[in-house]
Design a protein around this ligand. Structure first.
Ligand SMILES: Cc1cc2nc3c(=O)[nH]c(=O)nc-3n(C[C@H](O)[C@H](O)[C@H](O)COP(=O)(O)O)c2cc1C
Length: 325
């Protein structure tokens, strides 16, 4: 039985952050096996990739098992955003999310991502256009930009965007510094201010406020459920995916933790459906965390590093099964 009954968390959201190059569909399938109840997000997809690219299906297709699944969109043009959101609806996503947090120079050149924090009216237009799809819309954003730390500006941003129909905000609880930091440094260097996110929930209780940034262990996550509506986990979910199952258990959503052999069997079944179309490295690269902190973790990682594209993921993982005994 769950021994954390004091955590009132049944209606709380646990989600895995959108992570470019990491949370592709194969990674998401793996995470879903470990954590049936969490909300999954795609990597950010730009509206131009969907509307002008040669192969939009590559970004949009997913397995039914991935539900609930949210498509994260990047862009700054309401017309394009409306069309991209309609595609998300056609493909059967459970919701769409607008990226207002990415600080990369490529994204800055396109004038979307984190720099949209300075134009809440434009974000409101984008959100309204997305809402025409009929899908629930959320926005993932930062606290602010560069060295400017102003809670009132943050709150005003949310209020303006909420007026356009967005009810769900995922707050990466630090600023984005647009100059002088790489995207990776922008996930570590600007100071975290979880208290600002708690304050937002207190002052705007009618909105769904989900917190993100720096969560990498169980008690820190469960402690958030008394202050906000949900927790989004990024890097820790990738490097230590069993943490998601531990959180689910603490939330009372499961009684036992998943057994690695059973997860691997599920993955082999999945990979068999793909056959040769899924070369070993495309799946194995996401599995390094399966034995995080356990005996045999090193041998497992060494095995994964031998994956070669000439072999199918199914064949490769079958060979790896004895390492999980
Ligand atoms: C490899 C990588 C790629 C990321 N790509 C995206 C992205 O596509 N969209 C987005 O909103 N955030 C992206 N992020 C940021 C995460 O979603 C998250 O906000 C950030 O890592 C902070 O959460 P954490 O401390 O739990 O990792 C990315 C992070 C990483 C590590």
């Amino acid at each position: 039985m769950n021994n954390n009954k004091n955590i009132k968390s049944n209606d709380k959201i646990l989600s895995v952050a959108p992570m470019l190059d990491w949370t592709d569909r194969h990674c998401r399938y793996f995470l879903r096996l470990l954590c049936p109840s969490c909300v999954l997000y795609t990597e950010m997809v730009t509206t131009s990739a969907l509307l002008l690219g040669r192969d939009p299906e590559r970004f949009l297709e997913f397995s039914e098992a991935e539900h609930p699944l949210i498509l994260q969109l990047g862009g700054d043009d309401p017309v394009a955003m409306r069309a991209a959101a309609a595609m998300a609806h056609t493909y059967g996503y459970d919701g769409i999310n607008l990226n207002v947090g990415c600080p990369s120079s490529r994204v800055q050149k396109g004038r979307f991502g984190a720099c949209l924090m300075t134009t809440p009216e434009l974000v409101a237009e984008l959100v309204a256009a997305m809402g025409e799809s009929g899908l629930p819309v959320s926005v993932k954003h930062r606290l602010g930009l560069d060295r400017e730390e102003d809670y009132a500006t943050l709150r005003a941003f949310i209020e303006i965007v909420a007026m356009a129909g967005c009810r769900h905000f995922i707050v990466h609880a630090r600023n984005a510094w647009l100059k002088g930091l790489s995207p990776a440094e922008n996930r570590d260097v600007p100071p975290l201010r979880w208290d600002w996110v708690h304050q937002l929930k207190k002052e705007l209780p009618h909105l769904t406020i989900e917190i993100n940034g720096g969560f990498n262990e169980l008690t820190a996550v469960t402690a958030q459920f008394s202050a906000v509506d949900g927790v989004m986990i990024g890097r820790a979910a990738y490097h230590h995916p069993l943490l998601l199952a531990e959180i689910e258990r603490a939330m009372g959503r499961r009684e036992t933790l998943p057994v690695p052999e059973v997860i691997l069997s599920g993955l082999i079944e999945y990979a068999e459906q793909w056959g040769e179309a899924l070369p070993a490295p495309r799946l194995s690269r996401h599995l390094h965390g399966l034995r995080f902190g356990q005996n045999g973790a090193g041998a497992w990682r060494r095995f994964l590093s031998t994956a070669e594209s000439g072999e199918s993921a199914a064949e490769f993982l079958r060979r790896g099964m004895p390492l999980l005994d």
